[in-house]
Design a protein around this ligand. Structure first.
Ligand code: TPP
Ligand code: MG
Length: 551
């Protein structure tokens, strides 16, 4: 077996079914080994998109997604995807080519030190220098990528090592690993804190969205009956339980959900990862925070928990619930605030205005998506509206990135979600800025014969930055652009395309797109004047009222 065959058999051994990427001549032995394997090679039209897809595979399944590129330029195109997986804690394995290392027949042509480039962007980055090390290096790569805190790893396979005959070696079989539970003393201490709390509140953070956690976490919430809110990336971590949902902290302060946060005396922060924009600011005189996580809390200016429960979160929560169930008379002390908070959030969601408001678009998307439908967001102003206003009922049904918060990941992540879930409705929601950063992947979606709808929100601007510019008091400058005719653009790729021309048009167009099947782009104008009215004026007024209350 040569190095390429060894790596492909090691990937098969890990259960890899598809690899995303764009090969170069340095990968041709790997491509040949893939041709003879059970693994499917999914070509993308940009390496960045391949990394977003592989990372999303890891995010949704807990098993690393794999991407493959050539050396130099191709490998460099993975860097944003690596950072996306690193900050987002998504398991991923990146394999890149390199010129031969035993001789230098092309001198420095296309050679970039990719291992050094990837080192700060990954949990582990190595060059493979001999075929005999491949089975162990691949096993180690998958182990490191998958174990808490999950993330990306990088293996560089030089072309001569890929070509070189190695020993016939068996791959190393993976085995299940159980992480340690939180110790009994820590469970007792945590239970004591919660039993003594007057106004407890649960917060679900990014780590709460790990696929294996959906069941035990939902069970915990049901058993202890403490109301919960979530961070943007903790959204949808709990199945059912919505009678206890208090809202999503899409902003760091002053939003309606902060009414509950500001009044809580104990916040049980499950899976909070400080890569997220802070869901609230800790400060003197604030609530006590109990951090529950796979790993200890990262201490930050805005997050310094006074107590911790560290260990395998699912089973540790079961043990914690055993200590709390039916013993918390004050569990729902804050639940009375729920109705009012959610009513404010739902305000004007059905308004018939054209162009539609963000609230109306979120409302209409929710109408069209079944409970298990998956919405994948790109990054733009609408992310705040979806995080605040979209209600989830099933775990991992709103995928957004509040960690690297990169533009361009919406469509690739939706492609991955659609590949993994052919029987569920999958919708990508993108701004006209972010969509154009990876719109070429429409061709990939069409080639893969996916059922996928893409909603493009058109304001001819980098709307979020334009909004920030205005709220910071700067003149409107440098944020607008022209757009293609999006429906025609989609049709040029062999997809379907339609536009929206009335207040009721978004729901109708989305429903028709899903009913018709295939890849379908719907574009709609959006009225962003609500950004100022709600997220600035209304909340500022609320902040002023709160200050008056406190005096
Ligand atoms: C790759 C990348 N570049 C720049 C930014 C900074 N940024 C955040 S949102 C945004 C504007 C997004 O515009 P668009 O996709 O049209 O969405 P809109 O806010 O207009 O709805 C920009 C430039 C970013 N997050 N990622
Ligand atoms: Mg825009």
């Amino acid at each position: 077996m040569n190095g390429a065959e060894l790596i492909v058999s090691a990937l098969e051994n890990e259960g890899v079914q598809q690899i995303f990427g764009i090969p170069g001549e340095e990968n041709l032995d790997v491509v040949e080994a893939l041709r003879r394997s059970k693994i499917k090679l999914v070509l993308t039209r940009h390496e960045q998109a391949a990394a977003f897809m592989a990372a999303t595979h890891g995010r949704l399944t807990g098993k690393p997604g794999v991407c493959l590129t050539t050396l130099g330029p191709g490998a460099l195109n993975l860097t944003t995807g690596a950072a996306y997986a690193l900050l987002g804690a998504m398991p991923m394995v990146m394999i890149t080519g390199q010129k031969g290392i035993l001789s230098r027949k092309q001198a420095g042509f296309q050679v970039v030190d990719i291992v050094s480039t990837m080192t700060p962007l990954t949990k582990m980055a190595h060059q493979i220098v001999s075929p005999a090390t491949i089975p162990t290096m691949v096993r180690e790569a998958f182990r490191v990528a998958q174990q808490e805190r999950p993330g990306p790893v990088h293996l560089e396979l030089p072309e001569d090592i890929a070509h070189e005959a190695g020993p016939d070696m068996r791959p190393i079989p993976p085995h299940p690993i159980d992480s340690p539970l939180a110790p009994r003393a820590a469970l007792d201490r945590a239970a004591e804190l919660i039993l003594n709390a007057e106004r407890p509140l649960v917060m679900l953070g990014a780590g709460a969205s790990r696929p294996r956690l959906a069941e035990p976490l939902s069970e915990f919430v049901k058993r202890v009956q403490i109301p919960f809110f979530n961070t943007q990336m903790g959204k949808g971590a709990v199945t059912g339980g919505s009678g206890l949902y208090m809202g999503t902290a899409a902003l760091s302060e002053r939003d309606y959900v902060h009414r509950a946060i500001d009044r809580a005396d104990l916040i049980i922060a499950i899976g909070h990862d400080t890569v997220e924009k802070p869901p609230f600011f800790m400060g003197p005189g604030g609530p006590t925070v109990l951090h529950v996580g796979y790993l200890p809390a990262t201490v930050e200016e805005v997050y310094f928990p006074q107590a911790e429960l560290v260990g395998d979160v699912g089973p540790s929560l079961t043990l914690l619930a055993d200590r709390l169930e039916h013993r918390l008379p004050r569990a729902q002390a804050l639940l009375g605030l729920r109705k009012d908070i959610l009513a404010h959030i739902a305000d004007r969601a059905e308004e018939s205005r054209y162009p539609p408001t963000p609230q109306r678009i979120v409302h209409d998307v929710r109408q069209v998506m079944p409970q298990d439908g998956i919405v994948c967001l790109d990054n733009g102003m609408y992310k705040i509206w979806f995080a605040r206003n979209y209600r989830t009922h099933v775990a991992n049904t709103l995928l957004l990135d509040n960690a690297l918060a990169t533009m361009g990941a919406g469509l690739p992540s939706a492609i991955m979600a659609a590949l993994l879930n052919p029987d569920r409705r999958v919708l990508a929601v993108c701004g006209d800025g972010g969509f154009m950063m990876n719109s070429q992947e429409l061709e990939t979606a069409v080639r893969l014969k996916l059922n996928l709808v893409v909603l493009v929100l058109v304001d001819h601007a980098y709307g979020m930055i334009r909004w920030k510019q205005a709220t910071d008091g700067y003149p409107d400058f440098g944020m607008t652009f022209g757009d293609p005719d999006f429906a025609a653009y989609a049709r040029a790729y062999g997809a379907k395309g339609s536009g929206v021309e009335s207040a009721d048009g978004v729901a109708q167009a989305l429903e028709a797109a899903f009913a018709g099947g295939g890849v379908h782009l719907v574009s709609t104008p959006i009225d962003y004047s609500e950004n100022e009215r709600v997220l600035v004026d209304e909340l500022r007024a609320r902040g002023a009222t709160m200050a008056a209350d406190a005096e």
